[in-house]
Design a protein around this ligand. Structure first.
Ligand code: CA2
Length: 176
């Protein structure tokens, strides 16, 4: 899939947020979350972002308030959000409210299939304000989220921002 835009000025900017304890990936709980480290996941996201021609900013925090502040800041200059809120998925009205307030297309990602795990993980405060939720695909879920968000935003641009082509003329965005 090719999904690039006219120039740097028009480039899509996407914020990727990782929640608490995801900095430990690859060191513990490998049977649930796999062997990939967060640095490896971020590396593969950055590689895909180059292919797609989108700009990514990636952050991780163990603090709920910090995640809330970053979501709020996304109002300035970002077009979409990919977030794995980790344990805050199941507890945080504050992160949900921040996402609702900024009202940017958001994809919620989980490495594990939260619906096959303990009952308390079956409820997400985030899914009700998200465009989509991806869970159970491991690190690949982040890449699917980026591709999906990119496709959605291309469609949004074509419909709502006249004069800014969703892709440079002559580019086949459907080519896979
Ligand atoms: O499956 C996911 O991505 C989760 O968001 C991961 C969270 C969990 O609370 C959610 O229910 C589902 C936990 C992230 C903690 O990651 C660790 C990694 C290595 C060692 C310990 C924790």
């Amino acid at each position: 899939m090719v999904c690039t835009w006219g120039g740097v000025r028009d480039m899509l900017r996407i914020l990727v947020l990782h929640g608490p304890n995801l900095n430990l990936l690859g060191n513990r709980e490998e049977s649930i979350y796999g062997a990939a480290t967060l640095a490896m996941i971020d590396g593969s996201l950055n590689k895909l972002s180059l292919e797609l021609g989108v700009e990514l900013v990636i952050r991780q925090s163990n603090l709920e308030g910090e995640l809330v502040s970053w979501v709020q800041e996304a109002r300035n200059g970002y077009h979409g959000i990919i977030i794995n809120p980790a344990a805050y998925t199941h507890t945080s009205v504050a992160i949900r409210d921040a996402l609702a307030a900024v009202n940017l297309p958001t994809v919620e990602v989980h490495l594990s299939n939260i619906y096959r795990r303990e009952e308390f993980r079956h409820h997400s405060y985030i899914s009700g304000v998200a465009l989509a939720q991806i869970c159970g695909f491991g690190p690949c879920g982040y890449l699917l989220a980026l591709r999906g968000l990119c496709e959605q935003l291309a469609g949004y641009r074509a419909k709502h921002i006249p004069g800014i082509p969703s892709a440079p003329p002559g580019t086949d965005t459907d080519a896979h």
